[in-house]
Design a protein around this ligand. Structure first.
Ligand SMILES: [Zn+2]
Ligand SMILES: [Zn+2]
Length: 240
């Protein structure tokens, strides 16, 4: 949820109830809903929230969505609390998946990337190809390093177990795992992450690193091109 003390927007409301509770607790009016892709854990609360508040709903151009909504595509802009959020198409997890990017909010960029980029990992390839997902992740990885990465799921600790299996010699990754374990032990979220952090620790953004490629080759011998390394990592993670 983003809010300015009076008006609020939410991203990917899988469930209406916690949103309605937060609106009531803080005295906020819900103006809009941003949706990244069609999966029910991202859209389940949309109809109830729209009916309860009249909020405007924005979602991907190419996917089945709870109607009515305004459909947005690459480089479209949504004004959220007076700030422009640019749409970036990131196919892979689903074919129409989009992300929303604001170049400056409270001093740093902000990214809502749904189930495409997670801290330490990435979404499963339900609809797209490895090459599509890799291209989408490369687009996100090219955003400014201080971009706050607001993904939709707190999967960080599970992802980092896998990341360490891939890159056991990455000291930044080992430090980040300790930091995230401390946060979770206190009941705090590990999110948002940042793009700079993900470039340093996320194996799915690091398929050109020799250590990552060597690990992927142990899982699947022929993989040498970065798309092949990425595909091998994703298959390995599915079984991890
Ligand atoms: Zn999903
Ligand atoms: Zn999800």
């Amino acid at each position: 949820m983003l809010h300015d003390g009076q008006a609020a927007w939410v991203v990917d409301p899988g469930d209406a109830k916690p949103v309605l509770q937060a609106l009531a607790a803080h005295g906020l009016e819900l103006l809009g809903i941003l949706v990244t892709h069609h999966h029910p854990d991202h859209t389940g609360g949309v109809a109830e929230l729209r009916n309860a508040t009249g909020a405007a709903v924005f979602g991907p151009y190419r996917e089945t969505m709870p109607e009515p909504l305004r459909r947005v595509a690459q480089d479209d802009t949504v004004a959220v609390l007076g700030l422009p959020f640019r749409v970036i198409e990131v196919p892979g997890h689903t074919l129409g998946h989009i992300a929303y990017y604001c170049a400056a909010m409270d001093g740093a960029p902000l990214l809502f990337c749904g189930d495409t980029l997670f801290s330490g990992g990435c979404g499963r390839l339900f609809e797209g190809t490895p090459a599509q997902m890799l291209a989408s992740l490369e687009t996100l990885a090219a955003l400014p390093g201080d971009t706050r990465v607001c993904c939709t799921h707190e999967y960080t600790l599970g992802n980092l177990k896998f990341a360490i299996a891939v890159e056991s010699d990455n000291a930044v990754l080992a430090d980040y795992q300790s930091h995230c374990q401390d946060l979770r032990a206190k009941g705090l979220p590990t999110l948002p992450s940042t793009i700079a952090q993900e470039r340093a620790i996320n194996p799915f953004l690091r398929s050109t690193q020799p250590t990552v490629a060597a690990s992927a080759q142990r899982f699947s011998a022929e993989q040498t091109a970065k798309e092949g390394v990425f595909a091998a990592l994703r298959s390995w993670k599915n079984q991890f």
